[in-house]
Design a protein around this ligand. Structure first.
Ligand code: AP5
Ligand code: MG
Length: 216
């Protein structure tokens, strides 16, 4: 049965970093709701402005918007053999959406929670830089590019996400504790959660995740 691999965990634990590697290894698309919403936030429409304001404040975007984003993206032909979800689900309503979708698509869900101590997250988030072309993820303290400000893979400039400023990071961590941590607990209690220590080198974390999802 094909899989939906779900990357969960607090802001900055490495969901995006690991989702990119898994997607590449498995030949699955990576569906990052944060990235899709950031793209939608560029539109000068009421919806675009609403998403932009919520992301900038570190607050969750509504479940209605997420339903439309996920249903549209996950029904594309490239998702047929499986996909990696990065940043979804984050609320109880989103869990229900996912369970229903998996049933309709006849896919099994593998839930990964990446765990990193709280005190490491600020450095990870404020130090993060992303390639403006390919999205590759760096960190000026922990995973610097070979040449400052430039992507190793394609030479494009790196940029900081607007919600990675120290003043917004606190609100994001709070939103996680309030809305998403309880949802993840729900999965832990049902015995379906695979927890992985994310405070190790990136490839070590990746090998652990890949082994625990039992391949693609
Ligand atoms: P989103 O983009 O999903 O942000 P997030 O959950 O806050 O997570 P991040 O992307 O910040 O962290 P990550 O875990 O992907 O870490 P990364 O791999 O980059 O969401 C943003 C916003 O969109 C939300 O606030 C909300 O407004 C909205 N949104 C999105 N989804 C939503 C949903 N489902 N419902 C409602 N609203 C939604 O790594 C972080 C840093 O650490 C990088 O610098 C990286 O280089 C470094 N790093 C990674 N792994 C390691 C390692 N092993 N060792 C050392 N450094 C590492
Ligand atoms: Mg991310």
């Amino acid at each position: 049965m094909s899989k939906i691999i779900v990357m969960m965990g607090a802001p900055g634990v490495g969901k995006g970093t690991q989702a990119r590697l898994l997607a590449e290894k498995c030949g699955y698309p990576q569906i990052s709701t944060g990235d899709i919403l950031r793209e939608m936030a560029h539109a000068d429409t009421p919806l675009g402005r609403e998403i932009k304001a919520r992301q900038a404040a570190g607050q969750l975007v509504s479940d209605e918007v997420l339903a439309s984003v996920i249903l549209t993206r996950a029904s594309q032909p490239d998702c047929k053999n499986g996909y990696v979800l990065d940043g979804f689900p984050r609320t109880l309503a989103q869990i229900r959406m996912l369970e229903k979708l998996a049933e309709q698509q006849d896919k099994e869900i593998r839930l990964i929670k990446v765990v990193v101590p709280c005190e490491s997250l600020m450095k990870r988030l404020t130090g993060r830089r992303n390639c403006t072309r390919c999205g590759e993820i760096y960190n000026i303290y922990l995973r610097p590019p070979k040449r400052e400000g430039v992507c190793d893979l394609d030479g494009a400039p790196l940029a900081q996400r607007s919600d990675d400023k120290a003043e917004t990071v606190g609100a994001r961590l709070e939103a996680y504790e309030r809305s998403t941590a309880p949802v993840i607990d729900y999965y832990r209690q049902s015995g379906r959660l695979i927890e992985v220590n994310g405070e190790r080198p990136v490839d070590e974390v990746f090998r652990d995740i890949y082994a625990k999802v039992e391949g693609c």
